[in-house]
Design a protein around this ligand. Structure first.
Ligand code: PLP
Length: 211
């Protein structure tokens, strides 16, 4: 398990104020508790069932914050809503936003996922549609409280390609700032330093936390 304090110091030496989400999708509740013992409060899961399982295994008194970061199937929406996530990071279309909005009985903080590298394997709106979709969700989905954007860096060994995808996401984020965007979620274990340099203020780290 990583030394969290040292990692946070490294992150803030690149840029202060970056929020760390510990992705726990591949680890057990015991590992979440070990990280919590070092002070980590926010966790990311990509499956609703797994979020529910960990919430049931871990005392609510610890007051952990859960982020949904994966593809949301329509038949899992009600369960996700009942788990009261802190942030739904993976809203990937106006249609999905609408499906969640109509079932919500509270306002859910949400990020629009952008497929900045234009990859078939990835969820998210294409960069060319991002601004329009963001504004449409704001107009048509009163319970979806958009707070910014989330993006996964290009799947490439070429750092230039990854950088290009981060720069494109950041540009969209900047255009959305006048419309209330505050969160630019990008950067994973392999590329978080580059993501922060490109403007990220929220990183989602899994693998490197548990080695
Ligand atoms: C798994 C996952 C992460 C963390 O990836 P690592 O490479 O393990 O750091 C971040 N974001 C999303 C959307 C993920 O699915």
């Amino acid at each position: 398990m990583i030394n969290l304090k040292a990692l946070l110091k490294e992150i803030s030496s690149i840029k202060p104020g970056v929020r760390l989400i510990a992705v726990s999708k591949n680890v057990t509740s015991a590992e979440v508790l070990a990280l919590h013992a070092q002070g980590q409060l926010e966790y990311g899961e990509n499956r609703v069932q797994e979020m529910a399982k960990k919430q049931s295994e871990i005392s609510a008194a610890l007051d952990l914050k859960w982020h949904m970061i994966g593809r949301l199937q329509n038949n899992k929406i009600n369960q996700l809503i009942s788990l009261r996530p802190t942030l739904w990071q993976s809203c990937d279309s106006l249609e999905r936003a609408h499906e969640v909005d109509k079932r919500l009985n509270y306002k859910l903080d949400t990020l629009l996922q952008i497929n900045s590298a234009n990859e078939d394997t990835k969820q998210g709106v294409l960069p060319s549609n991002a601004i329009e979709t963001y504004l449409k969700i704001q107009e048509l989905c009163p319970n979806i409280n958009l707070k910014g954007i989330m993006s996964i860096g290009a799947h490439s060994d070429d750092e230039k390609e990854i950088q290009k995808s981060f720069e494109l996401s950041y540009k969209i984020y900047e255009e959305l700032k006048p419309h209330g965007a505050q969160i630019c979620s990008m950067g994973m274990s392999s590329d978080f330093k580059l993501a922060i340099k490109c403007g990220s203020n929220m990183i989602r780290l899994g693998t490197i936390l548990y080695v």
